[in-house]
Design a protein around this ligand. Structure first.
Ligand code: COA
Ligand code: NAP
Length: 270
């Protein structure tokens, strides 16, 4: 089969695609000629992202939806399907995170992150399946190292992202017969993102985070976008059910001192 990283005319949907890593992913697909749809809760962020994708020359649209609300997702995705047709690539990356020790976390704080990350991922999966190109579609869930490495002050995220990766692996089993591949990408510490601003809010903790990365630098949204392009292209056509760290080796190093850093930061706060 011819190898192609050309996404001209391909339909790419990025849920949670209006900032940070996911927006970077949407921009990379747009630059490769894809038609791109993005979704998130806030109209302003959706509009700004659609503008920026159009400035890259892409046919781009967006809609607002909270992944906790399946009906909002259904109606937005149906509009995209009416306009663009079957989805070739779906990236599901909406998430919430804040550091909190378990004993300080309210019932609703735990629920809120599990609702967005875990239940939200299931909602996205179920809502996109009827609209996927079959065979051929590639679905990518954006996970986190907390899915397989316990981390202090992250019990809600650890629990939710572990579930996300099990959704990936289970749907790879169920959807394989339809020719749909499902994988997780696990970003490392990505510079300039909301996620890193929340976990490493000052220079000292940023430096300590970099020290834990064997390759010695923060990642960028382009690093993660490149992995998505590869996975969604013909080059990735035999990869399904994989949980793929793109993290400069960070997770092999237990994410450096991140767990201790978060534990101490939250104990000081208490
Ligand atoms: N520490 C402890 N608890 C917190 C918190 C914090 N920093 N931020 C929120 N919570 C708790 C709230 O107190 C609330 O619980 P309560 O009702 O018992 O008081 C619960 O979490 C929900 O908060 P709320 O602000 O109502 O939730 P939301 O649904 O509007 O927002 C969040 C969801 C909390 C995850 C919010 O941070 C968000 O929207 N995040 C998206 C961006 C993001 O996190 N990016 C990084 C991705 S890695
Ligand atoms: P971000 O900029 O905050 O991106 C989150 C995106 O999801 C935004 O577009 C946000 O837009 C949307 N969103 C949040 N809650 C939503 C909801 N309930 N419904 C619909 N959309 C929602 O975060 P980021 O740091 O780039 O992280 C992106 C992904 O990478 C996440 O899955 C995160 O877990 C993962 N990750 C990040 C890092 C890192 O270093 N940053 C490391 C490992 C994994 P709205 O606010 O408009 O809804």
């Amino acid at each position: 089969m011819a190898i192609s990283l050309d996404f001209k005319g391909k339909v790419v949907v990025v849920v949670g695609g209006t900032s940070g890593i996911n927006r970077g992913i949407a921009e990379l697909f747009a630059a490769q000629g894809a038609r791109v749809a993005v979704a998130s809760r806030r109209q302003k962020k959706v509009d700004e992202t659609v503008d920026s994708l159009q400035r890259l020359g892409a046919d781009a649209i967006g809609f607002t939806a909270d992944v906790r609300e399946p009906k909002e997702l259904e109606s937005g995705l149906e509009e995209v399907h009416q306009k663009f047709g079957d989805f070739d690539v779906v990236v599901s990356g909406a998430a919430g995170n804040f550091p909190s020790l378990a004993n300080d976390l309210s019932w609703n704080g735990f629920k809120s992150v599990v609702d967005i990350d875990l239940r939200g991922t299931f909602h996205v999966m179920k809502a996109v399946f009827p609209r996927l190109r079959k065979p051929g579609a590639s679905v990518i869930n954006i996970s986190a190292p907390q899915a397989f490495l316990p981390m202090k002050a992250q019990v809600h995220v650890c629990a939710a992202k572990a579930g996300v990766d099990m959704i990936t692996r289970t749907l790879a089993l169920e959807w394989g017969a339809s020719g749909v591949r499902v994988n997780s990408i696990v970003p490392g510490p990505i510079d300039g993102t909301e996620g890193m601003a929340r976990l490493a809010p000052d220079e000292k903790s940023r430096k300590s985070a970099i020290r834990g990365v064997p390759l010695g630098r923060f990642g960028t949204p382009v690093d993660i976008g490149n992995a998505c392009l590869f996975l969604a292209s013909d080059l990735g056509s035999y990869i399904s059910g994989a949980i793929i760290p793109v993290d400069g080796g960070w997770s092999q190093n237990n994410c450096g001192m991140m767990s201790e850093h978060l534990g101490m930061m939250m104990e000081r706060k208490a």
